[in-house]
Design a protein around this ligand. Structure first.
Ligand code: IPE
Ligand code: IPE
Ligand code: MG
Length: 247
């Protein structure tokens, strides 16, 4: 798919989700926060499985932000172990379902065991054509734009490109998400209404949907309801629709 092609009005093919509320879900039950993260993984399985039937071609999940490194060593360590377990336990199923997995973010901070598993999983699923599943891990939108800018500066310094050649398409190609299309819809669970450094460049024209549901309670039914509502919205991309233009 050409990410620079004219957007398909109303077409919601790429959904990005800020999976928030695991900690509060656990706290409400008097459980440790990590139990909320474990419950969250169950939802990931169900939502991923539902995507092809709901007309979704690309799903991007925010799993761990560059700011989440500020959490306690216990929570960060538990999350990293959970990511390793998820990869090990899901690899065969994702491959069978035709899911192609990719990871985005600054992976230099991840431990080598996890990085190895991520690389292996990307290779294992590289031939998947049913769904592109993008997992944002140690990801921050600002960090991604900074790294892309650095790459462009290096290309200029090496004489591979001229400064005048830098445009939006070139910058997009330097981002972690290249060559995937921009998200059409960003959903955030748990009642918070902010992006928290997620896909800052790519979400420029995304529809936004917020729900109070905590991520471990987010069902396929609610997902389908949000999609149905958003698909009725008119996406304008800055233009005035022909039916509103007086002749
Ligand atoms: C989102 O749930 C998952 C991650 C950030 C890893 P939280 O852990 O942020 O849950 P709350 O917001 O504290 O409820
Ligand atoms: C955003 O949630 C990151 C993920 C869901 C992975 P946070 O819980 O970290 O965001 P803030 O701190 O409430 O903005
Ligand atoms: Mg949170």
């Amino acid at each position: 798919m050409n990410r620079h092609a004219a957007p398909d009005e109303g077409g919601i093919r790429h959904v990005a989700i800020i999976m928030d509320g695991n900690g509060r879900w656990a706290e409400q039950r008097g459980l440790p926060r990590l139990r909320g993260h474990h419950a969250g993984v169950e939802r990931v399985r169900q939502i991923v499985e539902a995507c092809p039937g709901l007309g979704i071609r690309t799903l991007t999940l925010y799993a761990f932000s560059t700011e989440n490194w500020r959490r306690s060593a216990e929570e960060v360590g538990g999350l990293m172990a959970l990511f390793r377990r998820y990869i090990r336990s899901e690899a065969a199923r994702l491959k069978d379902e035709g899911v192609r997995l990719r990871f985005i973010g600054d992976h230099g901070r991840l431990d080598s065991r996890l990085r190895q598993l991520m690389g292996w999983m990307e290779e294992e699923t590289a031939s998947g054509t049913v769904l592109d599943l993008v997992v944002a891990l140690s990801y921050g939108g600002r960090d991604e734009i900074v790294r892309a800018s650095r790459r462009m500066a290096e290309a200029v310094a090496a004489g591979r490109i001229a400064p005048a050649q830098i445009d939006a398409a070139l910058l997009a190609d330097m981002l972690d998400t290249a060559p995937l299309p921009d998200p059409d819809l960003v959903i955030r669970t748990s009642g918070e209404c902010r992006l928290s450094n997620f896909l800052l460049w790519q979400a420029a024209y995304a529809e936004l949907a917020f729900t109070d549901t905590l991520w471990p309670d987010f069902t396929v039914n609610e997902f389908a309801e949000i999609l149905a509502k958003v698909r009725c919205r008119e996406r304008r991309f800055g233009a005035v629709p022909a039916r509103l233009v007086r002749s």
